[in-house]
Write a new protein. Sequence first.
Lengths: 344, 396
Amino acid sequence: WPGSGAGGGAGPVRLAGMEGQELPYVLIDCIGGRYGVYEDHAEFMEKYFHLITMKEYLENKKFLSKKIRAIYMWYHKPVINEELLQSLPNLKIVASSGVGIDHLDLNLLSSYGVKVSNTPFVVSTDTADLGMALMLASSRRLVEGYQLAVSPDTEYFPADWLGTEVSGATLGIVGMGTIGYKVAERAKAFEMKILYHNRNQRNKEEESAIGAIYCKKIDDLLQQSDFVLLSVNLTPQTHKLIGKRELALMKPTATLINISRGLVVDQDALVEALQNKVIKAAALDVTYPEPLPRDHPLLKLKNVIITPHIGSATKKTRRLMMENMMESIQAGLTGLPIPNEVLL
Amino acid sequence: MFRSKAFSLLKLIPLMPGQSDLAYKLIHPAIASHGHRCHRRSVDYRQGYKTCPSSAEGRTINAPQTKVMAEEELPGVLILDIGGTHGVLENLAPLLKKHFCLITMKEFLENKKEMSKKIQSVFVFECRPTVDRELLESLPNLKVIGNSGVGVDHLDLKMISSFGIKVTNTPHAVADSTADIGMALMLASARRLVEGCQIAVSPDTKYFAVDWLGVEVTRATLGIIGMGSIGYKVAQRARAFDMRILYHNRNRRRKEEEEAVGAHYCEKMEDLLQQSDFVMLVVNLTPETHKLIGKKELGLMKPTATFINISRGAVIDQDALVEALQNKVIRAAALDVTYPEPLPRDHPLLKLNNIIITPHIGTATVQAIRMMAEEAIANMLSVLNGQPIPSEVLPK
């Protein structure tokens, strides 16, 4: 069983050997290049699947359209629309990379009887780590500091160049799912005071394990936090969850950290809040769109750090994502319960 | 301010291995406990000091500190300057003025005859003023050098001691913020945060490539070289990331301390170097630790490993580090300290793309700077009042 060992939480991945059978046909966007399935991943996958790129499919639709039974959606590609679904009569399952599924029309897929899976657990530690990295980098002015250290104009390091402490500060986590909880576990070791807001309160043991205090009203969290970290998923309910009103409730010394989705924040309101020092700073792994247009005001602000959506961007995690997706596809094609199935 | 300013006078605390053998230690509760863990002793610092006959030079203060003393009666403290590029930060001056008559180098040099007798202490902030033999010879009443910060490698301890002058540092005030910077550098390096920021804002960026990857921190192996207060706090933080923690130290920590952070002792530094994904240097700079990490040690590290330095630049052989990074002997480095600081602008370290350098900001927070001043003040006063000294640094 070539599946790799235990990874981000869901247990060891087991992939069925395919001796004596024709390998299932799985549609992907492409291999390699800026958006494609990684070449070393493809090499591994080809032991279990016939990988068909979009290019190959379009060149031989007549034959391939009936053969394709699964789509391996790597970073939102290939794009799935009604036209594609209509031309793949034997499509059973779409495996999507990452945890976010806001880019999928679940109702549409369901109407065609196609199942969906994501990779919710394997991304959680890397994303929590990045949340902590952004909080520390922002608070201690790490990127600015680096620029000062390497700038050709630097003659000395000024004594009055200061950041602010993370240790002992108050962190407000909006969205206490798997990722939010892992952020809290890490923040606790920095002796941070942890507040959280969530649709549902966590149970007492979970709360006391990390010393987290529930804020039923998001306002209470916003008013007390030195750092506000967003780790919700994007749904119609969380769209523009943080807008002008919420930003104004935050302390003027507070920092907003977003590791969820760009659309959870009203970006124009954020620009205004940062320009007018309504809040101190922001650190964003996600924006809308990605990348931002090159003339966007967020790129010009001094009190913002932006990273290029790298929450799960480590070799190990991406490998585990691939293996989890393959496991889901195999289960979907053999009629077994699908690990990490996304239900409507 | 995240911490209260209540000041506790005396507190009996368990000694950590390796610390000097004092029965009592002055601990500022703001240093000892943070955030919402608030058990404050609200003893007002303005209680009268007890004279302590155990103090070496037996200097005593008779008047209790509750009496408001005229500025001239306060002991003189020499500083480089207030404000400016290298001076004591302006908001720290009032803290010093509560207990001392503040004398800048300029004032001293302009009126040596009168000032030299007044100066009983020197507050060294960011390694300034330079304490040399000439200065010490001109300050007959100097009793203590109070250093802001924990590192004292810029002070000639033997020479200062030969004048009968004590040296103190601020180990408690620096620990959290320096441990935080260690974690910040490790995370930033592993996840290629600085590069990522550059891509996110570059005018040439048209898309974010999906094959742009960093390395994991969670569940990786962290090797801590130097497990003092700062190293231990790094271990506490790293444990929450499920890291496997190895450490190398002059002395092994107690079993309970090891178990509390899940740290494994490596008696031989080589074992730590060979097994770690991240190697973090948290030692002080002494003749023994000078160039502790050189070509041999870098060669023992994994080619996928990251080297992090939050101690002193001179603890590593910088040329060997350049070579190791250029030849991919190790994956990357993240340095808060170099030798010198700043590096010459044409130094090869500045040109490498697998390195992050920060401008020695381990304690550069509003809160830490203030706590360091408070801790230094408490130490200097303890010497002048003939009391047990919380953080005296003795020459070897």
